[in-house]
Design a protein around this ligand. Structure first.
Ligand code: COA
Length: 335
């Protein structure tokens, strides 16, 4: 993304984007060696054909660093010009401190403040983007936002209900005020905490502290998920958020060139398209290649959509997401 020569007040948005996916590809067939499943079941229920798995010596910060460096390069910015880092992840480097501290150090940015937004699952990146936008409106120059997930490291490889769904990736954006920014026209977010237990990883918190017994029962990677409920709410909330963000910007769906939804499941994406009345060529999908990569899913999809020439200057692009919490959100961009 080319940086603007002169700064135009009022246009806050993305000036750089980057993504990283680990090299190792794991097919559905490979999952049949771990759990009682089949390529046919996974494809037909989720649309997923393969996903990326981080190498054994890679951790969350390694993925985050690669995506961050690519976003910085895309923005044409050295790290010294970043004045804040926000990391959205549910699969942190360690329990305390947060991943942003490791990333700040790795990027050699000792004067940059950094923090994580954790726990909102796949909705994390859009939340972080919204926060970054308000930080720039509040006077920050350049905020680096990273969505990173190394889900395959923390999930239960013996639970077929969840393990086949996820993959590892990172995506990043630099948010700033610039005449050439991909403008964030509007952003919306919502939460329904009454559904906090429907998609959750409980062990390790104060409700269920780590214990020997818990570890013996593998509870530390026991992701509880009521799949059908998650499915229905994901469709409802992502569609609702999409409508809200359009209304906020005074725009209509027929003017949107591309919708980039959270890549959880092909059936969820198809259902959102049906509810909104969208033609399939207006919806970007890469879930078949990467599975659900949590908070990395939206930036990864956005980078791929852009690099594949799916968006042109002037296009409206709508991002919509949903995750544990339940949290959801949408963002309307103008390229
Ligand atoms: C998980 C999901 C794919 C299951 O699909 P579904 O059509 O709802 O599946 P159903 O509930 O009809 O069937 C579940 C059955 O398949 C089985 N099953 C679950 N995972 C399986 C797998 N990987 N392989 C084979 N069978 C599997 C279950 O054990 C269950 O069997 P049973 O009926 O004998 O108990 C679907 O509910 C979903 O996508 N939910 C949203 C998940 C999600 O995206 N989470 C992240 C949100 S950000």
């Amino acid at each position: 993304m080319e940086r603007g020569k002169e700064e135009a007040p009022g246009k806050v948005g993305l000036i750089g984007l980057g993504a990283y996916t680990p090299d190792r590809i794991m097919t559905n067939e490979e999952w049949t060696r771990h759990v009682d499943t089949s390529d046919e079941w996974i494809r037909s229920r989720t649309g997923i054909e393969r996903r990326r798995i981080a190498a054994e010596d890679q951790t969350t910060v390694d993925l985050a660093e690669q995506a961050a460096l690519r976003a910085l390069e895309d923005a044409g910015l050295p790290i010294d010009e970043i004045d804040e880092i926000i990391v959205a992840t549910d699969t942190p480097e360690v329990y305390i401190p947060d991943t942003s501290a490791f990333l700040q150090h790795r990027l050699q940015a000792p004067n940059v403040s950094a923090f994580d937004l954790a726990g909102s699952g796949c909705a994390g990146f859009l939340q972080a983007l919204d926060v970054a936008r308000s930080r720039v409106l509040g006077g920050r120059q350049h905020v680096l936002v990273v969505g990173v997930e190394l889900l395959t490291r923390l999930m239960n490889w013996k639970d077929r209900n969840t393990c086949v769904l996820f993959g590892d990736a990172a995506g990043a954006a630099v948010v700033a005020r610039s005449s050439s920014a991909v403008e964030i026209l509007s952003a919306t977010a919502g939460t329904d905490g009454s559904k906090a237990d429907v998609l959750a990883l409980e062990m390790g918190g104060t409700r269920t502290p780590f214990s020997e017994e818990g570890a013996r029962l593998d509870l530390h990677h026991d992701i509880v998920m009521k799949g059908r409920e998650v499915f229905k709410e994901a469709v409802r909330r992502m569609s609702q958020a999409a409508r809200e963000v359009l209304e906020q910007a005074g725009e209509t769906l027929d003017r949107v060139s591309l919708v980039v939804p959270h890549q959880a499941n092909r059936r969820i994406i198809d259902a959102v398209a049906r509810v909104l009345g969208l033609a399939s060529d207006k919806v970007f999908m890469n879930v078949q290649e990467f599975g659900n990569t949590g908070s990395a899913s939206i930036p990864l999809a956005l980078v791929q959509a852009r690099d594949a020439g799916r968006v042109r200057t002037g296009d409206l692009v709508l991002l919509t997401s949903f995750g544990a919490g339940f949290h959801w959100g949408a963002t309307l961009l103008q390229f």
